[in-house]
Design a protein around this ligand. Sequence first.
Ligand code: NAD
Length: 356
Amino acid sequence: MSSNKHTVVIVGYGGMGSYHAQLIGENEHLEVAGSFDPLRARQEASEAAGYKAYMSYEEVLADPAVEVVLIATPNDVHKEIAVRALQAGKHVVCEKPVAMSSDEFKEMIAAADKAGRVLMVHQNRRWDEDFRVIKQMYEKETIGSLFQIESRVHGANGIPGDWRHVKAQGGGMLLDWGVHLLDQLLFMIDSKVVSVSSTLSYILGNDVDDGFEAVLQFENGIKAIVEVGTTNFITLPRWYVKGIEGSAVIEDWSLTGRIVTRNSESEHREPTPIRAGVGLTKTMAPPSEGSTITGTLPPAAELPDGFYNNFVAVIEGNAEPIVKNAEVLRVQNLIEAIFAAAEKNEVIKDFDTYED
Ligand code: NAD
């Protein structure tokens, strides 16, 4: 093992844990020293991939060569694993959702502060290109200032795996996918969420939500609709956004999409009425020829660094985290407001801690 790399042990060597091992393998500043997973099959998988399989978590914590604990277990055990790692003097990267509640996360932050160690949450979808294209549109006002953002992910495979079906383990789609979509919005929109309403779906008969829809109203006038579905045999676009000068759609993660804007050069001409169904309409007729311009999506906004490189710079004291714990806490509060809105069938207000 080369001495200039920071050593990481992956706790929870399942789907995401082994993906982290692959990604860290490509990073020049980090090195996977091993993994810990109680399942024999996952220990064997770790060894087969060339990583030491620690036989207990105590063994990981007692190993002075381990600098970083990366947590990729089911959600209900994130807090305990993180707090123990921080108390043992390790830095922590924790998978999303960071914890089961904002109170749990506050305990984790307190442990990091006390130990003087870094705790950073893997909100990796801030780096997704489709999201960064929307971020660019928001910042550069490519289609004018945005006033409605619809962010959706649709699947038709139900809830995957085992623990994702179990409420006590932090299952359900609001915690699983919702946390990503909400994190993206709060990261991008520099305004407070003033109200939220929501519905959760239980179509598949699990005790956790198999999807949800939330409507967020921001103080700056933006309305966001966030939807996750696992019973969508036909999918809606990943993004649909409206600005005062145009609309944009991004269909999927491969960035199929377009923007359509008002053509300010063209003289205003009334659209020709069309037959629609059994009726006649001018309002819903296509815009008159030449009055709009169809264009390609703008380039994606850049982030200052990648996730792992930023983490390394943070533990070395050379950078601020791109994923800040205060931001993650805001998202956690928002998730709690969404659960409460659905349960009480009420609009929830006054929960967001955003400050200019
Ligand atoms: P998984 O079921 O594939 O793997 C979880 C592993 O954790 C299993 O091998 C299990 O044996 C192990 N485990 C359970 N309890 C443990 C404990 N106390 N100590 C050590 N190991 C333990 O689940 P997954 O899909 O890999 O999800 C793991 C985490 O990663 C979740 O928090 C999930 O939300 C997150 N995740 C994030 C992304 C992302 O893109 N950021 C994607 C997928 C999953």
